[in-house]
Design a protein around this ligand. Structure first.
Ligand code: CMP
Length: 139
């Protein structure tokens, strides 16, 4: 396997956007337990993904390949076909399948044109691995 390059995975973004994404990740009960450096690395590697009205951003039961932060637009969460809730802007979602290696627990559907910041699962895993390796070098 080629070695993971953090530099290559980085996507330039404005400092104000980084702040909004960091706050969104830190608002999430599970993600806020990660180390600040891990959160910062994740933010550096997130990239923009847009969806059209009616698109499924996430489908319940599928494997999860991305973690998202909603930047603009409206998203609804469903289980089976039952509506659960709306996702607020600058909220993280899709974290469960990424953190727990489970299938998607719900569907997330765009009610309008939507803008998100996305992080690929492999990049997330590499960031976690990178921290573990740095720690090992320190001892
Ligand atoms: P994940 O299971 O990866 O994919 C679907 C996402 O929907 C899930 O992560 C959560 O981020 C979100 N989600 C699941 N259930 C709920 C719920 N009851 N309320 C709000 N968001 C939810």
């Amino acid at each position: 396997l080629p070695k993971f390059s953090f530099e290559k995975a980085r996507v330039w973004k404005d400092a104000s956007v980084k702040k909004l994404i960091i706050d969104a990740l830190n608002k999430n009960q599970l993600l806020k337990r990660l180390e600040l450096q891990q959160i910062k690395d994740m933010v550096e590697c997130m990239y923009q993904r847009s969806f059209q009205k009616g698109d499924y951003v996430i489908k319940q039961g599928e494997p999860g390949n991305h973690l998202f932060v909603l930047a603009d637009g409206q998203l609804d969460v469903f289980q089976q076909s039952k509506f659960l809730t709306k996702i607020a802007v600058w909220t993280a979602f899709g974290e469960l399948a990424i953190l727990y290696n489970c299938t998607r627990t719900a569907s997330v559907r765009a009610v309008s044109q939507v803008k998100t910041w996305a992080l690929d699962r492999e990049v997330f895993q590499n960031i976690m691995r990178m921290t573990a390796e740095t720690r090992r070098e320190q001892y």
